[in-house]
Design a protein around this ligand. Structure first.
Ligand code: SAM
Length: 274
């Protein structure tokens, strides 16, 4: 099966551009919209997964910055959208530095265009399965002080790795190299006991050649030995839901049964290296 995960051939779909389309962005092509429309029309309500994911990321970056994290590595950062990691972080800490990493050439080109002239960000085109190259990139070493705690972000990306690609490995690799006090954020498709989850997974596999829903236990295991912080691994809409402005708000006061079936299909957690 063809693996359309990162490409600048605009006749083929890319994860980054489909996600942009589902978030209401305009940086996408007919091939991306065709798949996006499959989700929108055949599984109405499913774009809520992308929105809940993005809103939780905004709250998580704010929480990390409030906890004193001033430098971030955002792995699988995607196309620039309304509220990017450096913009969110700088609302909390004006000095925040961010490394954006994606293997998709279009996501990288758009990010570079947006960040041109911003000396406290850099954009690296790389595969997160090869973390040493990212860590040793001269532009990254210039920006990031690896002696100081880091925020490491895997938002909506590890579910694009199949089990054979060992999705826990990049998390462990970074955890072994950053100082104590560093924070790790993961959001991930969550398996559900419902038909919607199965249909979505099949569609993702058929259109992109990859994509793996995981159980709460499997997602928690991706953190290895890191200490998962309150409230643990929960659906994104319930993760510290009132910790942001209107664009990043979750569902304060709700419990899981009040979420739509779609909102239940994406979970996240924040963990700390002791
Ligand atoms: N992190 C953003 C967010 O949560 O809003 C974007 C998530 S988007 C669904 C997933 C991104 O991960 C895409 O831009 C895709 O190109 C990127 N990606 C997927 N596999 C990757 C890999 N192995 N290495 C680097 N980037 C990857």
């Amino acid at each position: 099966m063809t693996d359309h995960i990162a490409n600048d051939d605009q006749s083929k779909p890319s994860i980054a551009r489909i996600y942009d389309y589902l978030l209401g962005g305009t940086d996408n092509e007919p091939a991306d919209r065709e798949i996006g429309d499959l989700f929108i029309k055949e599984l109405p309500g499913s774009p809520a997964i992308a929105r809940a994911n993005r809103q939780a990321l905004i709250r998580a970056v704010g929480a990390m910055a409030d906890a004193g994290i001033a430098q971030f590595v955002d792995l699988g950062s995607g196309l620039p959208t309304a509220d990017n990691v450096h913009q969110v972080a700088r609302r909390h800490n004006a000095e925040a530095r961010v490394v954006y990493v994606d293997h998709d050439p279009v996501a990288v080109a758009r990010s570079r265009a947006l960040l041109d002239g911003d000396e406290r960000t850099t954009v690296v085109q790389a595969d997160l399965r090869e973390p040493a190259g990212i860590h040793d990139d001269p532009a990254v070493r210039e920006l990031i002080d690896f002696e100081r705690p880091l925020g490491v972000i895997f938002s909506g990306v590890l579910h694009h790795l199949n089990d054979s690609e060992r999705p826990a490995d990049p998390v462990r690799w970074w955890a072994d190299r950053v100082p104590g006090g560093s924070l790790f954020y993961i959001s991930h498709f969550r398996s559900g006991e419902n038909g919607e989850a199965r249909v979505l997974e099949q569609k993702l596999q058929a259109s992109l050649g990859r994509g793996r829903w995981r159980t709460d236990e499997e997602i928690t295991a991706l953190f290895g030995g890191l200490d998962v912080l309150e409230p643990g691994l929960v659906p994104c809409s319930l993760w510290r839901p009132d910790n942001a402005g209107p664009d990043g708000a979750g569902r304060p006061g709700a419990d899981e049964r009040e979420l739509t079936v779609w909102e239940q299909l994406i979970s996240c957690a924040l963990a700390r290296k002791a």
